[in-house]
Ligand binder design. Structure first.
Ligand SMILES: NC(=O)c1ccc[n+]([C@@H]2O[C@H](COP(=O)([O-])OP(=O)(O)OC[C@H]3O[C@@H](n4cnc5c(N)ncnc54)[C@H](O)[C@@H]3O)[C@@H](O)[C@H]2O)c1
Length: 435
């Protein structure tokens, strides 16, 4: 199956075989194939043969699956759907993927709040493969157990259902504090709860960091810049935020979370790191009570194009965004955590697209993947326009010179490569019937 396996080229045309880096005496590289076998289809469902002959369909699903994982399927659980009885037999992993064997001095006890969400689940995969002991706390508001279920039972892994608004006690060396809904429909679903999560959740986790002397990293956001008057946005820019608009629960929540973080740093000497994350996309499907196309522009566009529906652009499409692929973000977060930089650091991809151009790129990528995989030429879907939501920023682009200087970090993934991987993943999920 290796011949049809997916190859990814970086910005300079080199094949990407590993993600992570090995510098400053710190090695966090992991093979992309192993990582993919975890995030592309951590769990997949096959249909059991019944009276009808399903074997051909099965073979097709297996082939599609092998394309992603290059034969690493023993790291995944595969369940069988029985159409006759409309039931499903869940299976568990036959083998956990190999994780690095670290000495007790090198092995860290790491807490990841919000570890069952999009960014969190990718971070957990990385930290686990690197050989650390990882505890996830999550209330499963937008995250789901299925995103990290492939680690359940591993001696280095623990998952706790817990709301960060309540205190939590644990011994740990590092805290990645991610817990907070990140997409507009989710954080606006209960604005008061979003502010509580941002403030009280961060207060609790900073208290924990103070007591355990753990290093604390918070995932802040480019939204702290609001609708910026300065382009690109450097960390020293103070922002232009509407404090009472519908997005304020998130924007102001993150701003106060940063204030708290630096309060603990100055007053109590807590060792802090602040990542200001710009738009990130990557493989992740929300399997909770909320909508699978979760209001983030990239997943919305892909789902609409794959289903042959009209693609919705809000406004005239001239507003610009920059998109970074999830692996670049995880590299940046790990680099920041292990660096000495205590000032805020922007982590994002500076390649700017208008939303209109981006919609066309998604449409063309979906068409290309359908042609390559199924040999079918599909008619292009329409792009339609709807009124722009309140406070939607017109332009946002990171100045990542600080990340380059202090972390030696810059994005490797092109938007095209990330998109292709994501389209294939969503397409496989649609074929499998889990979307
Ligand atoms: N994805 C992006 O483009 C982006 C951009 C900027 C910043 N961020 C930040 O990164 C972090 C992760 O974002 P994401 O995209 O993975 O979002 P997500 O919604 O997929 O994940 C958030 C996770 O936090 C959990 N959570 C929410 N409230 C909680 C609470 N009170 N207690 C415990 N768990 C809770 C959710 O269940 C979910 O698993 C967030 O802090 C977000 O603000 C993300």
């Amino acid at each position: 199956m290796a011949s049809s396996a997916i190859r990814v080229l970086d910005k300079s045309g080199q094949e990407i075989k590993t993600v992570g880096f090995n510098r400053f005496g710190f090695d966090c590289e992991v093979p992309i194939d192993v990582l993919r076998s975890l995030y592309l289809r951590p769990h997949y469902v096959l249909t059991a043969p019944s009276n009808t002959d399903f074997s051909q369909e099965d073979a097709k699903e297996e082939e599609l699956h092998a394309k992603f994982t290059r034969g690493l399927s023993s790291y995944q659980s595969k369940s069988i759907f029985h159409p006759d009885t409309y039931s499903i037999s869940y299976t568990t992993l036959t083998r956990f993927p190999p994780v690095k064997l670290l000495s007790p001095l090198e092995r860290k006890r790491i807490l990841v709040t919000g570890g069952a969400g999009f960014v969190g689940s990718h971070l957990v995969d990385r930290l686990m493969l690197l050989g650390h002991e990882v505890t996830v706390i999550d209330n499963f508001f937008t995250g789901s157990k299925t995103t990290i279920s492939h680690w359940i039972g591993h001696p280095n892994f623990e998952m706790v259902r817990h709301d960060v608004v309540e205190p939590f006690m644990i011994e740990c060396d590092q805290i990645y504090h991610l817990a907070c809904p990140a997409s507009p429909p989710h954080y606006q679903f209960n604005a008061v709860k979003t502010i509580k999560t941002s403030f009280m959740g961060t207060l609790n986790m900073l208290g924990l960091a103070k007591r355990t002397k753990a290093r604390f990293l918070i995932t802040s956001t480019s939204e702290v810049y609001g609708d910026p008057e300065v382009h690109p946005q450097h960390e020293d820019y103070w922002g232009h935020v509407n404090p009472i608009g519908p997005r304020a629960c998130y924007d102001e929540g993150k701003r106060v979370a940063e204030t708290l973080t630096y309060g603990f740093h100055r007053q109590d000497g807590v060792d802090v790191r602040v990542a200001r994350i710009f738009n990130t996309y990557g493989t992740f499907i929300l399997l909770s009570h909320l909508n699978p196309a979760d209001g983030r522009v990239v997943s919305n566009f892909i789902m609409q194009a794959l289903r042959g529906e009209d693609m919705t652009v809000y406004g005239d499409g001239t507003q610009t965004r920059s998109f970074q692929y999830i692996h670049d973000l995880i590299d940046g977060l790990i680099a920041l955590m292990n660096s000495k930089e205590t000032r805020p650091v922007n982590i994002g991809n500076g390649d700017e697209f208008t939303i209109g151009d981006f919609a066309r790129l998604v449409r063309d990528t979906v068409k290309k993947v359908k042609k390559e995989d199924d040999g079918v030429e599909t008619p292009p879907v329409n792009i339609i326009h709807k009124p722009i939501p309140t406070d939607d920023p017109q332009k946002r682009r990171p100045d990542t010179s600080r990340a380059k200087e202090t972390l030696d970090w810059q994005p490797r993934w092109t938007v095209e490569m990330g998109l292709e991987e994501m389209v294939r993943y969503y397409k496989a999920k649609l074929t499998e019937g889990s979307l």
